[in-house]
Design a protein around this ligand. Structure first.
Ligand code: CUA
Length: 347
């Protein structure tokens, strides 16, 4: 009887508020697990600079924990030991204590000096090394990233390749609004500002695919403005470079060959370039498609690059990425199938 009535009773206000507090604490942790790739954090460093930053982060973290434990511990001890009991007289009134005041001025100042020195050393350690030879111009567009390898005749979209252990200099540009370039595991974050040239540098000391993203709100599809950085040993990187330097593949057969003809009559050339294809040499609004078939993702990391997804993207870009600059061209299914076969053949 007693148990039944307790079950029927509503939870008390305090229990409800502690439940919502628990929820508020746990929810962000659950949501933060929704990442794309397992190395998307500066606390999972894969380059010299991010390792240095990571070390500083942990030093600051443990220093904060010690200070917090000390302060909170003293507060708790005071609460228990000096709690007022019934009948206690008013405590002795004091005003000022020079020694304590000097101590609590000097101690935090010393802590800040230590942190300043550590921060300055970190800043020196992560500055760009001399002799960075490879330079890439990175341009933020609504809503994708362009990578132009200077003097190498390579332009890619949303996928950057770098050789392992070699610093790469980045000239950062924006084609429209302010974006921000960030590959958490590899480098710091920097804004791409229209009319203002910025630079940064990245490197990787572990091979792998690293996620990067735009971290400055830049409009409707800001959240779908991602890219990847593929760090590979020099020989693999060189092979990639040789492949990317080739003009678009030719000699397709079947559906892809029909697509190669079909695309000449489409409006794609207004925005996209395909090196070596007649009429496709001016479009700079969308990504360069010369080797689109070799890329891992489509639409700036919104979709995995599969024929089905490419068809979905061409069929109605606005359904995948509302407000994207690519309009719905109203193509029929037969044309879409040909274009998909052709574009996927551009490895
Ligand atoms: Cu570009 Cu946010």
């Amino acid at each position: 009887m007693i148990r039944g009535s307790r079950f029927r009773s509503k939870p008390s206000t305090s229990r409800r508020s502690s439940l919502s507090l628990l929820f508020a604490l746990v929810l962000p942790i659950l949501l933060s697990a929704c990442t794309w790739g397992g190395n998307h954090s500066p606390l999972n460093p894969a380059s010299g600079p991010t390792e240095t930053v990571n070390r500083l982060w942990w030093i600051m973290f443990w220093m904060s924990i010690v200070i917090e434990a000390l302060v909170a511990g003293l507060v708790v001890i005071s609460l228990i030991r000096f709690r007022r009991k019934a009948g206690d007289p008013d405590p002795v009134q004091i005003s000022g204590n020079t020694r304590i005041e000097i101590a609590w001025t000097i101690a935090p100042a010393m802590i800040l000096v230590v942190l300043l020195v550590l921060t300055l050393t970190t800043m020196v350690n992560i500055s760009e090394p001399k002799g960075t030879t490879m330079r890439v111009t990175v341009t933020g567009h609504r809503w994708w990233w362009e990578f132009d390898y200077q003097g190498m005749n390579i332009v890619t979209g949303n996928e950057m390749h770098i050789p392992l252990d070699e610093p790469v200099h980045i000239d950062l540009r924006s084609a429209d609004v302010i974006h921000s370039f960030w590959v958490p595991a590899l480098a710091g974050k920097r804004d791409a500002i229209p009319g203002h040239d910025n630079t940064l540098w990245i490197s990787a000391n572990k091979p792998g695919t690293y996620r990067g993203e735009c971290t400055e709100f830049c409009g409707a599809e800001h959240a779908n403005m991602n890219f990847i950085v593929v760090a590979q040993p020099r020989a693999e990187f060189d092979a990639w470079v040789r492949g990317q330097q080739q003009p678009a593949a030719t000699g397709q057969t079947g559906l892809a060959a029909e697509g190669a003809q079909t695309i000449l009559a489409q409006a794609c050339a207004g925005c996209h370039m395909i090196n070596g294809v007649k009429g496709y040499n001016v479009g700079k609004i969308g990504p360069n498609l010369t080797h689109v078939g070799s890329r891992q993702n489509l639409a700036a990391g919104t979709l995995e690059n599969t024929p089905e997804n490419l068809a979905r993207w061409i069929r109605d870009p606005q359904e995948v990425k509302p407000e994207a600059k690519m309009p719905n061209l109203g193509l029929d299914e037969a044309t879409i199938a040909k274009l998909v076969a052709y574009l996927e053949s551009l490895k």
